[in-house]
Every structure is written in structure tokens, then in C-alpha cells.
Design a protein around this ligand. Structure first.
Ligand SMILES: [Zn+2]
Length: 453
């Protein structure tokens, strides 16, 4: 796929632009570099940062940055005032293991209140006693608007599988669902068990990876490979869930509930929760007017991207200042939608960069900058993600350091970006492999889009 970029700059802008893209292999790039910490009083609006100084600034920034800032905490300045509607309190009901009680008990309880859920099905159990049949799955999806997601074939602890087994569990479950008319775009890990290898494999097939962490709620724009849940099991009461709902409302967070079998309440135990208890929490959700969403809805894109690239045709409109170190490789280390090609960024003696094309921005709006980063082969350091900001004349104004993805990690970072000032008319993203790192990081599946207000 070719990079899809915004319409060309107006002629006037193009003439005065100081940002002509360097020819491939050029050693004299004039592209402004991260220039993060300008001392107060010395700010020079939209001045071009000299290359050497900028690289030094980038190094300083990277080495001074926290080693692995929680992505959710790295929100662009000003983003809070421009939060889109998705940054709201919302709740998801998810049911693991494909019990027939999902169709027979849970779905009617939720439907009575106008709600739907997600059934995470392990395809090897479909049709077995006390499990969903394909007919029930079809009805949930087609008639009741449920999301059907994958929960592997045989419900293994996926971190324990060899590469071939891992690929088979993730791929075959999706394929089997597809054969029955179900397009599964999200995945839930059995036992919440995972490692970076499993995340990387899942990213080839799924948009989102639901964990099992009993961690607090998810913060917009939501880390697609690390969706956190609250598990609803024996010992959890409807009052507990009501408190989680109130926390979600207070913090504008997304609460994902993970349930399993739903049984008559007097038979509730372990992973089986009572039907009257489920009804009670559904009532609590309804009373609070909380939107109920599926994971597929959260991770489907409501706006057309302003920029999209899967690197299947090379770097496309992307550029690098280190063509030997930053190259598209066809070694199946990427992510959906085209996992075969990804950009490999080799750490070396100096910082190397992958630059996106510019896209138009407007003050007060928020963009989601999504990419896929696989740092399994990065032994030390982290891959930085930085936004360069330009004025109407194409001059570099400012920038924002959004995240660092640490060595060993696999993520599909979704970063919120809001322009720093009204002067900013265009922005571009750079992925920075600092000289302090060791090994190779991968970047793939870039997708930028404006968040809905
Ligand atoms: Zn399970």
C-alpha cells in the first residue's frame, strides 16, 4: 500500500517551505530535529533548529527521559481541553470461554437493558456440552449485535507455546471463526497469560489484545495491545462493580469487565457468576447512563485516516536520515494489515530517524497517532516517538516528545496529539532510535487520524 497523505500544500506554502524532503541517502538533511528544551526567554517562534544542536537535544531528551513512561500518562499538552468524545466513561461486558450461558442467560439480561457484549470463544470448544453452538454464535452476532472475538483454539497458556503452536492458536481460531461468518478483530488471552512474542504474533491478526490484569481502567486513546480488565468472579459483588463504574465516570475511563459462565445465583462459584448479580450490575450501568461498547467498536476507526502506511511498497512517502540503518524488511515482523513488511531500525553510533510525511493540523483538535512497534530485538534503550510542528510557511515551530517504547516490548501505541499553539499548521512524526540503544526495533502499520470531538 502506498502512503496516503493529505492534499498537496498550497503553492505559496510550498515556495517558502524550509522543509524540502531530503533526497534518499542525502547526508545534508535540513529537516528540523527534536528540539525540546528551549530555555525560557529564548524561544524563537518557528525557527529552524540547526541539525547538530537538534541531534544533541534529541539525545539529551532521550537519555533524560524516563525509561518506560506509562503511555497513558504521556498526553500532549493541551490535550485535556480537547478530549474527543471517545475519552469518556464507558463499559464493556466480555464473556470468556464460550459458555452456552452467554447466549441463554447473559445476552437476554443485557438485551433487556439495551446492551450488548463480546463473547471470546475458544473455537475448539464450540458445540461441546455447556458451550455455545455455531448457531448460537451466529445469532449473537447477526441478530443481537454482539461482538465475537477469539480466545484461541484450545485455551492454552500462550506464553508456553512454541512459535508454530502459537501461530496456529492465534491464526486458526480466527480462520475457523471466519469460516462460520464471524470476523474476529479482537483477541482475549486465556488466563491473561502473554509475553512479547505472543503480542507480536497477535498483532498480525488482531486489532486489540485483551489482558486479564485486574488493573484499573483504560485511558483514552487506549493501548490496543494492552487492554486491561476487571475480572468479575467469586468474591466480587455488584457493589464492587458499581464502585468501579463510579471510578470510570470520575476519571473518564473505559472499564472492561471480564466474566465467564453465568449461572443461577445460588450456584455461583469461582468463575461462574450469578444471573441476578449480572442483572444487578447491568442495572447499575443503566442507572448511570453509561455507554456500553464492544472492543471492536472502540478500536474501529470512525474517521478516515489522514495518513496510513503499511510499508508493503517500501518507505513510500516516509524518509530516513540513515538509509543503511533504517530499512523496510520483508521478514514477517510487522503487524496487521500487512505483517510481512516492517521498518527495521538498527541502533548505531548516532541517532537514526524514520520521518513521516507532514499532515495538516488545526489548533484545538486532537489526533491519534497510531503505529506498531516491536522491540523484541532491541536489547537496550528505547524507541522514541516525537512530533515535529510547522507553521503555515513550513517553518519548524516546536515539537512534542510523546513516548518511548522500551527494549523488549511490543506495543501498538496510540498517542494523543494536540498542536502546541495556533501557529502550528502541519505536523509530522519521527521515530527515533537513539545511539544509546542496542539492537533493532521495528515500526509498522502507521495510522494517523483525527479524533472525533
Ligand atoms: Zn478463558
Amino acid at each position: 500500500m502506498r502512503t496516503r497523505i493529505p492534499p498537496p500544500l498550497s503553492p505559496a506554502t510550498r515556495v517558502t517551505s524550509c522543509l524540502a524532503a531530503p533526497a534518499a541517502g542525502s547526508k545534508t538533511s535540513v529537516r528540523p530535529q527534536p528540539h525540546h528544551h528551549q530555555p525560557k526567554g529564548q524561544e524563537q517562534a518557528c525557527a529552524q533548529a540547526p541539525l547538530q544542536e537538534a541531534i544533541a537535544a534529541a539525545s539529551a531528551q532521550l537519555s533524560g527521559a524516563p525509561r518506560s513512561p506509562p503511555l497513558a500518562a504521556v498526553v500532549a499538552p493541551g490535550a485535556v481541553s480537547a478530549l474527543p468524545w471517545q475519552a469518556r466513561a464507558q463499559v464493556s461486558f466480555t464473556f470468556d470461554d464460550g459458555y452456552s450461558s452467554v447466549a441463554e442467560r447473559a445476552a437476554p439480561i443485557l438485551a433487556a437493558r439495551g446492551f450488548r457484549g463480546t463473547a471470546y470463544v475458544n473455537t475448539g470448544a464450540v458445540g461441546k456440552p455447556s458451550h455455545l453452538t455455531w448457531k448460537q454464535i451466529d445469532s449473537l452476532q447477526q441478530q443481537q449485535g454482539w461482538e465475537i472475538g477469539s480466545h484461541t483454539v484450545s485455551h492454552p497458556a500462550i506464553s508456553q507455546l512454541n512459535a508454530r503452536q502459537l501461530a496456529a492458536e492465534l491464526k486458526q481460531s480466527q480462520r475457523t471463526l471466519e469460516e462460520h461468518g464471524v470476523h474476529a478483530t479482537t483477541f482475549a488471552a486465556p488466563y491473561g497469560d502473554y509475553d512479547s512474542r505472543a503480542l507480536a504474533q497477535a498483532a498480525k491478526f488482531y486489532d486489540a489484545f485483551r489482558m486479564f490484569d485486574d488493573a484499573p481502567q483504560n485511558v483514552w486513546p487506549f493501548q490496543a495491545m494492552k487492554v486491561q480488565v476487571r475480572t468479575v468472579q467469586a468474591g466480587v459483588t455488584p457493589a464492587d462493580v458499581a464502585q468501579w463504574l463510579d471510578e470510570a465516570i470520575a476519571n473518564k475511563r473505559w472499564l472492561v469487565l471480564a466474566l465467564h459462565d453465568i449461572v443461577p445465583t445460588d450456584k455461583a462459584q469461582d468463575w461462574a457468576w450469578g444471573d441476578s448479580q449480572l442483572a444487578a450490575i447491568a442495572d447499575e450501568v443503566a442507572r448511570r447512563g453509561l455507554p456500553v461498547v464492544t472492543l471492536a467498536e472502540v478500536f474501529s476507526h470512525t474517521r478516515p485516516p489522514v495518513l496510513i502506511e503499511d510499508f508493503s511498497g517500501g518507505l513510500g512517502a516516509f524518509r530516513t536520515d540513515a538509509p543503511k540503518a533504517v530499512r523496510v524488511k520483508a521478514d514477517n515482523a510487522g503487524a496487521k494489515p500487512e505483517p510481512r513488511h516492517a521498518v527495521a531500525m538498527q541502533a548505531g553510533a548516532k541517532n537514526v530517524h524514520l520521518f513521516s510525511p507532514q499532515f495538516e493540523v488545526t489548533a484545538g483538535d486532537t489526533w491519534v497517532l497510531e503505529s506498531y512497534v516491536d522491540n523484541q530485538a532491541l536489547k537496550r534503550g528505547g524507541l522514541g516517538i516525537y512530533v515535529d510542528e510547522y507553521d503555515a510557511q513550513g517553518r519548524w515551530c516546536s515539537g512534542q516528545y510523546l513516548a518511548e517504547i522500551p527494549a523488549g516490548d511490543v506495543q501498538r501505541p496510540r498517542l494523543a496529539y494536540t498542536p502546541s499553539s495556533p501557529e502550528v499548521q502541519r505536523a509530522a512524526v519521527q521515530w527515533i532510535m537513539p545511539s544509546t540503544a542496542e539492537g533493532v526495533g521495528r515500526v509498522d502499520s502507521v495510522r494517523f487520524y483525527k479524533a472525533d470531538r
